[in-house]
Design a binder for this molecule. Structure first.
Ligand code: IMP
Ligand code: MG
Length: 180
């Protein structure tokens, strides 16, 4: 039985999405993506660090041949966005003419993905689609079209299943939200 509450660093969090609920939804998303990418060989682009668990779970449900790439951007400090983005790690493969599926943990303002998309489009891929486990529609400020969304959530700060609070909590199998 998972705990209902966790304390990370100086903050308390309460259960928000149970492990089984996440796993069920990830499987559903993968089934939808499997239909859309039948016969294709996409590049799965994992946006580090937050998406490492979602990507790992997702790719194991895919039934098409694929490759996995990793990029890392940074815009967050503590529980809010800094409004600046820095690329910490780039991609190795050439995506020209390729189908790319971006895997993101959460779209908050959309700033990270908006910038990532702009950069990736310049490399002339055949297609780019985004899958995000979580989207906070109330926080959205940039136009980022997410083709595959796990859950739309309120504008709360969440941790677990790859998401962190100052690098804590990524290992939690469930998702927790900050207590007021
Ligand atoms: P955006 O650029 O404002 O869309 O923020 C996206 C990034 O901020 C995500 O990839 C996360 O790493 C981080 N982030 C946004 N909201 C949360 C949250 O509630 N918990 C943990 N990280 C978050
Ligand atoms: Mg992230």
């Amino acid at each position: 039985m998972m705990s209902e509450h966790v304390k990370l660093h100086d903050k308390s969090f309460q259960i928000y999405l149970e492990e089984s609920v996440i796993q069920e939804r990830v499987k559903e998303l993968a089934q939808t993506i499997n239909k859309d990418y039948k016969g294709k060989t996409p590049i799965i682009l994992c946006i580090l660090n937050g998406s490492f668990i979602f990507t790992a779970d997702l790719v194991r449900h895919f039934d098409f041949p694929l490759t996995v790439e990793f990029v890392r951007y940074s815009s967050y400090e503590g529980t809010s966005s800094t409004g600046k983005i820095t690329k910490m790690l780039g991609m190795k493969s050439d995506i020209a003419g390729q189908d790319v599926i971006i895997v993101e943990d959460i779209v908050d303002t959309g700033f990270t993905l908006f910038n990532a998309l702009e950069e990736l489009q310049k490399k002339s891929p055949n297609s780019i689609q985004i899958t995000s486990l979580l989207v906070k529609p109330e926080a959205l400020k940039y136009d980022v079209p997410c083709a595959y969304v796990g859950f739309e959530i309120p504008n709360d700060f969440v941790v677990g299943y790859g998401l962190d609070y100052d690098e804590h909590g990524r290992d939690l199998p469930a998702i927790y939200k900050l207590k007021e």
